[in-house]
Unconditional design. Structure first.
Length: 333
């Protein structure tokens, strides 16, 4: 008599319990987002102190801390061309207290360069905001006798095997830009990677390498001090912050254009409400006149935008750079 009706009651109770559980979960998630943050926030910089991501991270952290009501701690975790620190955050808890400010290589290019990357930036990390960008500057030591980019190209052609160049790591834009230059000009130079742009520049000053195309923040102070000579910027147009330095097109290489960019990312499981709040706060900080002034002093331009803007930007970078990387023949085990 009850065989038809009894199964319905357990199912009804189960559905009711699921509904209650879902409501509680949503309420809990909302409460967590509202309570966030209630302890210090960590932003990992996967490069050394003084590198471009380190500089912009510290400028932002100084303004983020009072807005969020908690300390924003910068942790330098250099190594493997930025993969170590970026990968560590990709594998960390998505509790809203772990972020990374990484760059072109670890977030896009290395997915093509590395045969086995220990993390996937497109699935294990989620975009927060595109923080800023800057031109790479190709430079040599001032006593090198080289005064233009084409003179550098000619010198490499006349002296095969005698030129080394430094970069901020394997797979970084500072490597790929030069690799593309080598392909376009049929020249050869040995790549020597370093953990940061200051170390890359130091290698030039010490004579360990002959040139580099690295972020302006590391190059221009040495140019102003008379120790280095800037040959070209990597962007399509001259930088308003460095109006006297020609673009690569103006210097004779029209097909080489690129931007060194820095983006804030979070573990993929980070709650959406927290990501949106962090995005809003960083955008507000980047819009501050004093922050813009500090970034411009470091030859950086604030960018900002939504999480979706960054996601689309990364996908576009992947589409554009994949054939370029494959054309160079670079591959990392």
């Amino acid at each position: 008599m009850n065989t038809r009706t009894t199964p319905r009651f357990p199912l009804t109770r189960l559905l009711a319990r699921c509904a209650v559980a879902a409501t509680v979960a949503l309420a809990t998630a909302g409460a967590m987002a509202q309570a966030w943050p209630n302890k210090p926030i960590r932003i990992v910089v996967p490069y050394g102190a003084g590198s471009s991501p380190d500089v912009i991270a510290r400028i932002m952290a100084d303004k983020l801390s009072p807005r969020l009501g908690q300390p924003v701690i910068i942790e330098n975790r250099a190594g493997a061309g930025g993969n170590n620190g970026t990968g560590a955050v990709a594998k960390s808890a998505g509790d809203g207290y772990n972020f990374v400010i990484s760059t072109n290589g670890p977030l896009v290019y290395n997915t093509v360069l590395y045969k086995k990357l220990p993390y996937d930036p497109f699935t294990e990390l989620r975009p927060v905001v595109l923080a800023g960008g800057q031109a790479n500057v190709c430079a040599v030591r001032s006593d090198s006798g080289i005064t233009t980019l084409m003179e550098l190209v000619d010198a490499m052609k006349k002296n095969p095997g005698k030129f080394n160049f430094s970069s901020t790591g394997v797979g970084s834009l500072s490597q790929l830009g030069v690799e593309l230059l080598k392909v376009k000009t049929d020249t050869f130079a040995v790549h020597i990677p370093y953990a940061s742009s200051p170390l890359s520049i130091l290698a030039i000053l010490q004579g360990d390498v002959q040139f580099a195309c690295v972020p302006a923040v590391a190059v221009i102070p040495q140019v102003k001090a008379g120790k280095m000579r800037a040959l070209a910027v990597s962007t399509a147009k001259r930088s308003q912050l460095m109006p006297d330095i020609p673009t690569m097109k103006e210097a004779g290489l029209p097909e080489i254009e690129n931007l060194a960019w820095m983006a804030v990312m979070a573990p993929a499981s980070t709650p959406t409400d927290i990501v949106r709040r962090m995005n809003q706060e960083i955008n507000a900080v980047l819009a501050m006149p004093e922050v813009k002034e500090k970034l411009h002093a470091q030859y950086m331009e604030p960018i900002g935008g939504s999480e979706q803007d960054l996601q689309k930007f990364m996908q576009q970078e992947l589409r554009v750079m994949t054939p370029i990387i494959k054309r160079t023949g670079i591959s990392v085990e």
